[in-house]
Design a protein around this ligand. Sequence first.
Ligand code: AMP
Length: 214
Amino acid sequence: MDFVLFGIQGSGKGTQSKFLAEKFNLKIFEMGGQLRILAQEDSELGKKIKNIIEAGHLVPTDVVMEIIENFIKNIPENTDVLFDGIPRSLEQAEQFNALMEKSNRQFAGVYFELSKEEAIRRLTTRRMCKICKTIYPAAYMNNTCTCGGELITRADDNIASIENRINAFFNETMPIISAYESKNIIIKVDALPPIEKVTESMMEKVEMFLVKSS
Ligand code: AMP
């Protein structure tokens, strides 16, 4: 079974995705990461994507769907995937659902719940490694990553962009979570506790879900 992660930026879904992927042997597909790679290209599309990301708006659906279709086409059928950052709007969800159905892939969503206030606090204080892109919370006291890279503020972690991304989450992404919830394919995890506690409750809930749906 594939999983789709949902959570306001700063909810820790990127961190938890690695633990979930390791435990259930899932291949991670991270939409934001794929787009940041494209944004570095010196092309019209690259520049357009860079501007959209830095403003905190959503990249057009046709661009993200092309990336994900290519990804699905190129993975072996028996590889389970962890989708992070897609779908992000009802328009994307409709196309994503159709693509999954066409590709014979079953999925469930994991939603990391966090308040807007806590998300803003986390996003305005976190830093990212310039080299390997690992994200560090404010509590991390060193100025270098474990890989040796310098820690910097992500280009889109400015207050205007953060507000746009948070509004996009509530206006565009929440309706997808409600739609999946009514199909009983959403697993809710409280994202406020420390990382280890979130991991523990996520694993427990995912395992229970898998048992129930087997
Ligand atoms: P993230 O790394 O998930 O915070 O994504 C960073 C940025 O990439 C977002 O603020 C959007 O500008 C863009 N992005 C990521 N995923 C999507 C998506 N599914 N649809 C449109 N834009 C996206």
